[in-house]
Design a binder for this molecule. Structure first.
Ligand SMILES: Cc1cc2nc3c(=O)[nH]c(=O)nc-3n(C[C@H](O)[C@H](O)[C@H](O)COP(=O)(O)O)c2cc1C
Length: 193
């Protein structure tokens, strides 16, 4: 299996990266091929709403640092997206990537059941690190993106790895429960459980 891991925090070794890497290490141990992309290190823009991908071209018309990443998404089996919670949302780095996945939707996507250009059978994993310890806060993030990845982009399923109450650098390394969840999720995804 081919795992593509997008790190959406500007902190390369931050909490979301720690949990995403635990998922990836476990997956690698089970035979997966893993590649990691640090989104904050790329030069790219968000969707420009040019709608080329809904007419002239099959792919995103922008040619920038995200172009090879979008290509890799089309080729992967498992897409891991790691993000801190910023003002109750994804980081802007990861959100800009998500907006560019608009290019995976077919031109008549609002009107047809099969809306995606992506191959069937992919799994998405959202890794969320939030400073606030209350689990009810920002719990809306996952279901909102699960809707888009499963019902629009055609991912077979989307899983969540979430740590609450991790704030400073290194906090996730001390969070045994979230690290265990990352490992367990990798085992389930790799075995397609
Ligand atoms: C700009 C900014 C906004 C933040 N907004 C929130 C927030 O809305 N809710 C929250 O619980 N934590 C918030 N935090 C804290 C981060 O979510 C927390 O430090 C997290 O562990 C960062 O993950 P990272 O280490 O992967 O970057 C914010 C931090 C920053 C820098």
């Amino acid at each position: 299996m081919n795992v593509l891991c997008l790190l959406g925090s500007p902190r390369k070794n931050g909490n979301s990266a720690t949990l995403a890497r635990r998922f990836c290490e476990t997956a690698r141990g089970l035979g997966a091929e893993v590649s990691e992309v640090f989104l904050n290190g790329l030069d790219f823009r968000g969707c420009q709403a040019c709608f080329s991908c809904k007419g002239k071209t099959e792919a995103c018309a922008l040619n920038d640092g995200l172009s090879p990443v979008l290509k890799a998404v089309a080729e992967c089996d498992v897409l891991v997206m790691a993000t801190p919670v910023y003002y109750g949302e994804l980081s802007s780095q990861l959100k800009a990537f998500v907006d560019r996945t608009f290019s995976f939707l077919v031109p008549d996507y609002p009107y047809v059941p099969d809306k995606t250009r992506l191959a069937a059978g992919k799994t998405a994993v959202l890794v969320i690190a939030q400073g606030h310890p209350r689990e009810d806060l920002f719990a809306d993030i996952f279901p909102r993106y699960q809707y888009f990845f499963e019902h629009m982009l055609g991912f077979e399923r989307m899983r969540l790895i979430r740590a609450c109450g991790v704030y400073g650098l290194g906090d996730a390394e001390k969070d045994a429960r979230s690290l265990a969840l990352a490992g367990q999720t990798a085992r389930e995804v790799l075995s397609k459980a």
